[in-house]
Design a protein around this ligand. Structure first.
Ligand SMILES: [Zn+2]
Ligand SMILES: [Zn+2]
Length: 332
């Protein structure tokens, strides 16, 4: 059973989930390159024909070609949080702890074991992003859920335990501190200037151009001014919208194509690095807010944080964002 525990000296939260330790993992230290998720202990639970290894199927997007689906959403077999637990405090006399209530789902992005997001067709990537969106909305509506994180770990060192292309959603009974801090910061800036700070930032970046990688009908792809790691990228909607849930069908299709292009650029520039991406969208109750603005953030996992980062909480980026953007533009 998992628990959410709070460090009473810092206010920071941690999920203690011992069962996650039982996930299938590469056993030997020799074998595949660290930038590739390990081949699964056969058979792969996400491949067609191995449905008996799944804990269930939440939903599926049908396709004309065999195996008859292109995207599947399934419960995580080793969930960090569980829907059957109650969002209530645990008895811990001197500490704050909650039962590990929440939902942990997996979006299987293709029936093909070796597919990559950058190899999907327009309709396929559109179905993937559509599933991200639909599940985010559904989970946010659940009682007791305060925030939904959608993320993707690509490559073993970035946390992927299975090679088969997939993303994950975790619905939480609290707004994670990092999202809370972003929300508060944006609210304060909006009070001062009367404008959404992200809309303002996108205007600045578009006018400057040095960190801009690409612009589509509805999104900007850029390397942020204060990128935390080399080749970090943001995909942000040009139209003001507080949460990912507010994106419309046409914008989602555009997002899929631009996301595919961003990952292809990353592969061309860095040679298939491990990476994480996450949709940074505010918590429940911020729908339609004038001061919040979501984005999808891609962070290649090429720098190992050291003691300074651990102590200061300030990343050291050894790469200049303007140079990374130029390399990514050239890699298109
Ligand atoms: Zn597979
Ligand atoms: Zn905005």
């Amino acid at each position: 059973m998992s628990e959410l525990r709070q460090d009473r000296t810092t206010g920071a939260w941690v999920i203690v989930a011992p069962e996650r330790g039982r996930r299938p993992r590469q056993r030997s230290a020799a074998a595949p390159a660290p930038d590739r998720a390990p081949e699964p202990e056969p058979p792969c639970p996400f491949c067609p024909g191995n449905e008996h290894l799944l804990p269930g199927i939440v939903e599926e997007v049908s396709a004309a070609d065999p195996p008859g689906w292109c995207v599947r959403v399934v419960p995580n077999k080793y969930p960090a949080l569980r829907p059957e637990l109650a969002p209530q405090p645990l008895h811990a006399p001197f500490h704050t702890a909650l039962e590990g209530y929440g939902v942990h789902e997996v979006v299987i992005e293709s029936p093909r074991h070796r597919a990559d997001l950058d190899s999907l067709s327009d309709p396929e990537i559109s179905a993937v992003v559509g599933a991200y969106h639909r599940r985010s909305l559904m989970l946010m509506r659940k009682p007791g859920i305060e925030a939904v994180l959608l993320f993707r770990n690509n490559g073993r060192s970035a946390g992927a335990s299975l090679r088969h292309p997939h993303a994950q959603l975790v619905a939480l009974p609290l707004v994670p501190p990092r999202l809370r801090a972003m929300t508060d910061w944006a609210r304060q800036r909006h009070r001062e200037s009367g404008r959404c700070v992200t809309c303002e930032e996108l205007d600045i970046e578009r006018a400057d151009g040095r960190r801009l990688v690409e612009e589509s009908a509805h999104f900007l792809l850029l390397v942020p001014f204060a990128a935390t790691v080399p080749f970090e990228m943001w995909l942000a909607p040009k139209r003001h919208q507080a949460g990912f849930a507010e994106a419309e069908a046409e914008e989602l299709a555009d997002l899929g194509v631009l996301l595919r292009r961003a990952l292809a650029r990353l592969k061309a520039a860095l040679g298939d690095p491990p990476y994480n991406f996450v949709i940074e969208s505010p918590g429940k109750g911020e729908e339609g807010a004038a001061d919040q603005h979501w984005r999808l953030r891609i962070a290649p996992d090429t720098v190992i944080p050291g003691g300074f980062e651990l102590g200061a909480g300030i990343p050291i980026n050894p790469s200049k964002p303007e140079d990374d953007a130029a390399a990514l533009r050239a890699a298109g």
